[in-house]
Design a protein around this ligand. Structure first.
Ligand code: ATP
Ligand code: MG
Length: 334
């Protein structure tokens, strides 16, 4: 039996370059080595979008199209809609007993997100506990490996703690997962903010048309102190160079550009033009494949439906073991 991968994305918008280098490239590379389950995390998307169910629904198809466009092969990996797996909700309820509110409050990613969204103490309880539902996602599928961006590392740590607690208290039925971070653990936003995010208005989407990519790249934040071409520029914290590190297939060329920029005499427009070429090299084939799949949304949703059906079987098998371990198998197994 192959080891398993579980990973996923919130259908809060189409996927962006951060997803590609943070997680999608690893998924594509490993999809044949591992039995791979990819979760369209609509329940988690609703935790901070519950007033916009249509947005979440629409983006399930968008994200599925992105998966196919980047080369996730439905023959090799299983696409699953989270809300259609009630076992995940059931596991979440049991796992909530195994964590404390004070521990949840310390989760650095959730802390940042609560601040970004301006929730304060008025944070929806469902959003506050989403790391626990993520532990349910991962363990429902018995995943050993979870390809994620760096912002998700605290969630994997939380999952490992829940697994150890559960296995120690009841019976050793849950698998303890490991995180796998991609080539760029946390791709910054176009605005130089720490993280490119779908919901942050600072992303280049995999589905952006070429002229939109051009507009975004040309408007990118660079070194604010680099006013004239001849001035020495800063490479550190300059997202243009971070993107080149993540996407340019020729690291020697990036190194030469960095040295020139640091010395002075290399203009932002010139570097941005080069970045644009590099990004188009990555994005053009993705865009093309996406357009092909987008012609038949019914067929895409059919793939997702079949995947969800298969995912349900796996989660139900885990749930039966969990019920038995927790002495809840009153009427026999299953
Ligand atoms: P939202 O703003 O709605 O939370 P998001 O852009 O953060 O959207 P998610 O669906 O929350 O995307 O994350 C899906 C996966 O992509 C996670 O594994 C996450 O770590 C990874 N990821 C998201 N943004 C980045 C980024 N900028 N760099 C690297 N990985 C990322
Ligand atoms: Mg996120």
């Amino acid at each position: 039996m192959k080891p398993r991968i579980l990973t996923g994305d919130r259908p809060t918008g189409p996927l962006h370059l951060g997803h590609l280098v943070g997680s999608l490239q690893n998924r594509v590379a490993l999809q044949r080595e591992y039995e791979t389950f990819v979760l369209l995390a609509d329940v988690q998307a609703l935790t901070d979008n519950f007033e916009q169910p249509d947005k979440v629904r629409r983006n399930v198809l968008e994200v599925a199209l992105d998966y196919l466009a980047v080369g996730l092969d439905p023959q090799a990996c299983t696409f699953v809609i989270q809300s259609q797996i009630p076992e995940i909700a059931e596991l979440t309820v049991f796992y909530l007993n195994l964590v404390t509110v004070s521990h949840l409050r310390q989760n650095p990613t959730v802390k940042t997100e609560i601040a970004q969204k301006g929730y304060g103490e008025a944070v929806p309880a469902g959003f506050f506990v989403y790391p626990v539902s993520q532990a349910a996602d991962i363990t429902a599928f018995g995943a050993q490996l979870v390809p994620v961006g760096a912002d998700q590392l605290p969630m994997i740590e939380q999952t490992r703690e829940i697994v150890r607690r559960f296995n120690g208290l009841y019976a050793p039925v849950l698998v303890e997962p490991q995180a796998l971070v991609g080539r760029a653990a946390r791709l910054p936003g176009l605005d130089g903010q720490e993280k490119m995010g779908k919901s942050l208005g600072n992303a280049i989407f995999l589905s952006d048309p070429a002229d939109e990519v051009r507009r975004k790249v040309m408007g990118m934040y660079t070194d604010p102190g680099h006013l004239r071409v001849e001035d020495p520029g800063q490479v550190e914290g300059n997202p243009v160079f971070t993107y080149l590190d993540a996407f340019d297939p020729d690291p020697a060329r990036v190194q030469a550009l960095k040295e020139h920029y640091t010395r002075g005499g290399l203009g932002d427009v010139k570097v941005k033009r080069h970045l644009l070429d590099v990004l188009e090299g990555t994005l053009a084939p993705i865009r093309e494949r996406r357009a092909d799949f987008a012609q038949d949304p019914g067929a895409v949703m059919m793939l997702v439906q079949e995947g969800t059906h298969r995912g349900r079987e796996v989660a139900a098998a885990t749930m039966a073991r969990v019920r038995q371990a927790m002495r809840l198998d009153y009427f026999g197994p299953g």
